[in-house]
Design a protein around this ligand. Structure first.
Ligand code: UT7
Length: 328
């Protein structure tokens, strides 16, 4: 018996502190014009020193649970997608479980960078579809400001902090459903985008502490090309599996890394720009949180209405890519 799975609630949270392009130009040799023209980003949010990934994830999750009408104790499964966990172990999901009082849930993290939220969606959807769990809370949460090299203008202008969440559960008659999902990986390109230090391969020691190895490193131009190709292909996989045509798609919610990438994908999918969700001017690239925040904003702003069909598509380090087609 395969159950249809619905998205019963969404939530998001971004930290209070706004960092503008102007603010960044006081830290590194950059300017608003370069950042806006090359990326579309105008500002990003920066978490407080004592505000961690789990705190932001918990706030987003609380809002999603409220909308779904679910108590913490009723949650069966919590998956946190993050590359900026509070601690290497235990999983950030364990802190979230405790904060939500979700004492009956199984909780674990996944690491699939910017595609992580849609990876979590596929995993949770399949576990609910096959009856292993009744519901799941999926969260994309990142404190990238802790892993950015604030001396490197080629990366530090791109990223921000935040979290988004969704509650998945078995669909009842007449409810919208997750129509199709796709996930993929190319481990041959690990050098294009990574955090080289801080793991077992390169622990941070007194000898290398000055080298900032536990920060994001990216070959932007190469990543850009892969991002366009992989996101276009993955979106097309779910569009075809769901039996949709371009004109059926009410909204595309793409990963929020670069407006030029988003425009290129919209173009290739032949979806007009007014049917593409963009919020990266406010938040920059929040990795696994980006699509989760965008989904919640699209939901709460009424950009997706009951019965609408829409597509989410992501791309990130790994390389990883993922897409989902949804009927709301
Ligand atoms: O979330 C995971 C997926 N990530 C992505 O999808 C990111 C993909 N890549 C990108 O979005 C773009 O490649 C970037 C926005 C990162 C860079 O844009 P670009 O058009 O590829 O610029 P570039 O790296 O070729 O740099 C162009 C110039 C260089 O100067 P020269 O060599 O032409 O003299 C850079 O040094 O711009 C310079 N530059 C900057 N100038 C002012 C690089 N960063 C900055 C900066 N401010 N922040």
């Amino acid at each position: 018996m395969i159950n249809a799975v619905t998205i019963a609630g969404t939530g998001s949270y971004v930290p209070e502190k706004v960092m503008t392009n102007e603010d960044l130009s006081e830290i590194v040799d950059t300017n608003d014009e370069w950042i806006v023209t090359r990326t579309g980003i105008k500002e990003r949010r920066i978490a407080a020193e004592d505000e961690f990934t789990s705190h932001m994830g918990t706030k987003a999750a609380t809002r999603a649970l409220e909308q779904a009408g679910l108590e913490g104790a009723e949650v069966d499964l919590i998956i946190v997608a993050t590359i900026t966990p509070d601690t290497l172990t235990p999983a950030t999901a364990c802190y979230v479980q405790e904060a939500l009082g979700a004492k009956n849930a199984v909780a674990f993290d996944i690491s699939a960078a910017c595609s992580g939220f849609l990876y979590a969606m596929k995993i949770a959807k399949n576990l609910i579809a096959t009856g292993s769990f009744q519901n799941a809370l999926i969260i994309g949460a990142e404190k990238l400001s802790s892993f950015v090299n604030w001396n490197d203008r080629t990366t530090c202008v791109l990223f921000g902090d935040g979290a988004g969440a969704a509650v998945l559960r078995k669909a009842q008659d007449g409810e919208g459903v997750i129509l199709a999902t796709d996930i993929g990986t190319d481990g041959g390109q690990t050098d294009l985008l990574n955090i080289p230090g801080g793991g077992a391969a390169c622990p941070i020691t007194v000898n290398n502490a000055g080298e900032r190895l536990a920060t994001l490193a990216m070959q932007g131009k190469e990543v850009f090309k892969h991002a366009v190709r992989r996101m276009k292909n993955s979106a097309n996989v779910v569009i075809e599996r769901a039996g949709l045509k371009a004109e059926d798609i009410a909204l595309v919610i793409p990963h929020q890394a670069n407006l030029r990438i988003i425009d290129a994908i919209a173009d290739r999918l032949t979806v007009p720009n007014d049917r593409v969700f963009v919020n990266l001017h406010k938040y920059g690239n929040t990795s696994a949180a980006a699509i989760a925040i965008a989904l919640d904003e699209a939901n709460r702003e009424g950009r997706i209405q009951r019965g609408d069909q829409f597509v989410m598509v992501a791309f990130g380090a790994g390389l990883t890519w993922a897409a989902a087609a949804i009927e709301w």
